[in-house]
Write a protein that binds this ligand. Structure first.
Ligand SMILES: Nc1nc2c(ncn2[C@@H]2O[C@H](COP(=O)(O)OP(=O)(O)OP(=O)(O)O)[C@@H](O)[C@H]2O)c(=O)[nH]1
Ligand SMILES: [Mg+2]
Length: 288
């Protein structure tokens, strides 16, 4: 991993996230189950230790969201990893309508004991309260819309869209959408970079060229063939210093400014956007 992204610069833990964590601590007592959304491309880096702490005593299950953007083999490995550790885990694509069907089943299985007790008391009609938790931009609101089968919660392709808690009633379930939260200190530069690569950290606080240099570096380490193919890079290009590599990517795309200078900022934007849209293929950056 290169040193281009200084994780001290990409720490993002504004006051509203600290507040959200406090709200979650309150609300978690009143829900039956928590759905912890992880990004299937970075399941480890998207596992928020604060969310783990808050939900430890509650029935919870992990959803590897955006599985359509991740490497299917890696996703299968991660599902096995969580399941072996005794946690329910499903891969999901929340862009699909009614992507919630297998999740409903998993929730009902997770809560089998509770549901049986309720039935015993003649309360089988009671609604199931479900909290959504996860890092910014992981797809919590989109998941709710998929579960509901209609647009009920605002979702956009940037972190920090959901600003406060919101209940959404769907059939027998009450879903609690929450704003995305990060945590105070990332444990490593790799975690910080991964979160930035997938767009969980507000782009305004990132230097897009540094981010793109790190991403290019990571890509040539893990998938040199895919990077080379997408940007028509030669074997020599792949050996360039990170900034020159970014320049070369821009040059190959014809992003030249006056005097033949490469518009590296534009090249950086394109590289990051294309990675996020899986234009270099379905890539998972972490293995269990
Ligand atoms: N390809 C793909 N995109 C997804 C998936 N789920 C969500 N997205 C996209 O990811 C972006 C963020 O989705 P949101 O639902 O707003 O994410 P969020 O977790 O609610 O974000 P915050 O409210 O900011 O914390 C949107 O552009 C969604 O369309 C998925 O499973 N696959
Ligand atoms: Mg949201």
């Amino acid at each position: 991993m290169s040193e281009n992204v200084n994780h001290k610069n990409i720490q993002w833990f504004p006051g509203h996230m600290a507040r959200t964590l406090r709200v979650m601590e309150q609300e978690v007592r009143h829900v039956d189950v928590v759905l912890i959304l992880l990004d299937a491309r970075i399941p480890r880096s998207s596992l928020n230790p604060e969310i783990e702490r808050i939900t430890a005593g509650k029935p919870h299950l992990y959803l590897l969201n955006k599985a359509d953007l991740a490497d299917p083999d890696a996703t299968a490995q991660w599902v096995r990893y969580f399941t072996r550790n005794g946690d329910a885990c499903l891969a999901v694509n929340s862009k699909k309508r009614s992507g919630g069907v297998p999740v409903r089943k998993a929730i009902d299985e997770e809560l089998a004991g509770l549901l049986a007790r309720r039935a015993g008391k003649g309360m089988s009609g009671a609604r199931i309260r479900v909290m959504l938790a996860g890092i910014p931009n992981v797809g919590k609101s989109t998941f709710i819309n998929s579960f509901a089968g209609s647009a009920r919660a605002k979702a956009e392709d940037r972190p920090g869209v959901t600003r406060g808690k919101q209940w959404v009633a769907v059939d027998g379930y009450d879903l609690l959408d929450m704003p995305g939260v990060l945590w105070k200190k990332f444990d490593s530069l790799e975690t910080a970079s991964n979160l930035a690569f997938i767009g969980s950290i507000k782009d305004d606080i990132l230097d897009v060229e540094s981010l793109a240099m790190s991403l290019a570096d990571e890509m040539r380490r893990m998938h040199p063939d895919r990077l080379a193919e997408r940007y028509k890079l030669s074997a020599e290009d792949l050996e360039l210093e990170p900034y020159e590599l970014l320049e070369q990517i821009g040059r190959r795309r014809g992003m030249l400014m006056s005097g033949g200078v490469v518009d590296t900022e534009r090249a950086a934007r394109v590289l990051v956007d294309e990675f996020r849209a899986a234009k270099m293929g379905r890539i998972t950056l972490e293995r269990p």
